[in-house]
Design a binder for this molecule. Structure first.
Ligand code: MG
Length: 203
């Protein structure tokens, strides 16, 4: 079990989704490192990190830490506590670091701070699992999918958060990349736990 309750950390992943993510990480960590996009304040890292360690690998947690569109001032999911007045922008990195320290995960969670695309372009290490939970614009979601899905080893897992088959439940881009992954023939669905889609990378 994680050192702290992941649900006590700011974030949007539900307990049910967190448990499914943990199970996937426990299994895939044996294949290679795990990488998440959208580390935010560390809630999902608190689920994934201990499983990575247990499997003998690490979690790379990627985020520019400036918040997604819906986290910006004036938007629905804005949290004023995460606004850095000096920088005039959101900064979730200090909170993320505090979470990782509090959860005793500094040995197995490595932060990658920067744009997803800039990092994926030069990334060569094959991954056991990729969890996409980044920006919800079409560009952000497709950058994450194009940049990272191809890095997953056969038998590994592509997890995508905020997949809403019914448009009334939420935005489209995460659902669009989920559809694209399935249509590619490179992935097959394992399960859909609330809005968390788990897909298997085929060999
Ligand atoms: Mg999400």
């Amino acid at each position: 079990m994680p050192g702290i309750d992941p649900q006590s950390i700011k974030g949007f992943l539900t307990p049910e989704e967190g448990a499914a993510l943990s199970d996937a990480a426990r299994e895939c960590g044996a294949l290679g490192p795990i990488l998440e996009i959208g580390g935010y304040c560390g809630r999902s890292a608190a689920y994934l990190g201990p499983m990575a360690r247990e499997a003998g690998t690490i979690l790379y947690s990627l985020d520019h830490h400036r918040g997604s569109e819906e986290n910006q001032p004036g938007w629905e999911w804005h949290d004023p506590e995460l606004f850095d007045k000096d920088a005039g922008t959101l900064d979730t990195l200090p909170t993320f670091r505090r979470t990782i320290a509090r959860a005793n995960l500094e040995d197995c969670v490595v932060a990658l701070v920067g744009p997803s695309r800039a990092i994926s372009r030069h990334w060569t290490t094959p991954l056991g699992m990729v969890f996409i939970d980044g920006g919800h614009t079409m560009k952000a979601a497709f950058d994450d999918y194009r940049g990272w899905a191809s890095k997953i080893l056969p038998g590994g897992i592509l997890a995508i958060h905020d997949v809403f088959p019914n448009p009334d439940d939420g935005g489209r881009p995460p659902y669009e990349i989920y559809r694209k992954a399935l249509a590619s023939g490179l992935f097959e669905q394992i399960s859909l736990v609330r809005s968390l889609a788990l897909l298997r990378a085929l060999g």
